[in-house]
Design a protein around this ligand. Structure first.
Ligand code: ZN
Length: 227
């Protein structure tokens, strides 16, 4: 696999590494091509040890902020929220180890997620662990290949607060089967086979509003909910 065959996100992330913004990813970047070759069905972004074995154990969770109603902690940690047509937070393209299809246009694919640079490394590790935990068929069955959104500057519905998507610190998966009002009985990602998926995020310090508050099961965010 040459670098030209890589998804655009892998190249952007490599550039971020080169500029020193994602140093912790450098060690895994060197091994990306070899892993991808071994798993041709998956665009691998996984951590491996010196012998090339997959590292699937929990990492130290990142010290992400606890979000209050005023969201001051988010601003202190991540900087300002993005504004439509205005300020954009420092975002990195994190490659996804499997092909994602857009929820609203299944003929269009995405091979990366836009993530705030302070949450990008942990997202890359979580995605690597998820790829190591499921087969491609299981990923599709769970709907992890259905992209519902990443960076999107906007206010929360019905509240004078920014959506965490405005910082590039939230990701939505399979929004149709995990609609905002779906609960743990009805949401696809509330079912037992999603447990490794959520554990991968939680091990990195990310929060599922579904598991924490039993709503918005499509959504995972790099901040705890403190209210
Ligand atoms: Zn969301």
């Amino acid at each position: 696999m040459t670098s030209d065959d890589r998804p655009p996100g892998a190249i952007a992330t490599r550039d971020a590494i080169a500029s020193g913004r994602l140093t912790a990813l450098a060690a895994t970047e060197a091994r990306l091509a070899r892993i991808a070759e071994a798993e041709p069905g998956i665009r691998a972004w996984v951590e491996v040890d010196a012998e090339g074995a997959l590292l699937v154990d929990a990492a130290q969770p990142e010290p992400f902020p606890v979000e209050s109603r005023g969201q001051q902690e988010l601003v202190a940690f991540y900087g300002l929220a993005g504004r439509q047509g205005g300020y954009r937070p420092p975002l990195v393209q994190v490659p996804v180890p499997w092909v994602m299809r857009l929820a609203w246009d299944s003929s269009a694919t995405r091979s990366f997620l836009w993530i705030h640079e302070k949450a990008a490394e942990s997202a890359a590790r979580a995605l690597g662990r998820i790829a190591a935990s499921y087969t491609g068929a299981e990923i599709r069955d769970l709907g992890l290949d259905i992209f519902g959104g990443d960076y999107a500057p906007r206010k929360m519905r019905g509240a004078d607060r920014y959506s965490l998507h405005s910082w590039g610190i939230a990701i939505d998966f399979d929004p149709v089967r995990n609609a905002l009002r779906a609960d743990k009985r009805t949401a696809r990602l509330a079912q037992p086979d999603a447990e490794p998926f959520w554990r991968a995020w939680e091990a990195e310090g990310w929060t599922s509003l579904g598991r924490d508050r039993n709503y918005d099961w499509m959504h995972v965010q790099a901040a705890a909910r403190g209210y």
